[in-house]
Write a protein that binds this ligand. Structure first.
Ligand code: FES
Length: 118
């Protein structure tokens, strides 16, 4: 099972990207919002596959209330993934299932493709 980080590594209003399959580009992001961790694919629903951030870990708006796609400025609710303003209205980010262990370690709930390759 793929470890991402420890839950305490992300403070409130902080987001971080991860590339568990080693593709060279962060495939998902974790964000702590209202005390909870949420994981989303780093892919904007406006133009499928478009990465959200313009530089590493720059996923949030300046007020840290929304995840922002910097291509065309769509804003997403960090808890639900729904687009709340901008070019992707009516769509949502894709959730990534995570698991927080008793010791606080955060893992992907499902193996990465590399882990399932024989
Ligand atoms: S690609 Fe994300 S808002 Fe257009």
């Amino acid at each position: 099972m793929t470890r991402l980080c420890h839950q305490q590594d992300l403070a409130e209003g902080q987001a971080r990207g991860f590339d568990p399959a080693g593709t060279g580009q962060d495939q998902l992001l974790l964000v702590r919002h209202a005390g909870h961790l949420h994981a989303w694919r780093n892919a904007c629903p406006h133009v499928d596959g478009a990465p959200l951030a313009w530089r590493r870990d720059a996923y949030l708006s300046a007020d840290r209330r929304h995840i922002v796609c910097y291509a065309h400025g769509a804003r997403f609710d960090p808890a639900t993934g729904h687009c709340v303003a901008g070019a992707a209205l009516g769509s949502a980010l894709t959730a990534v299932a995570i698991e927080i262990k008793n010791d606080g370690e955060v893992h992907l709930a499902h193996p990465t493709p590399q882990e399932t390759t024989p």
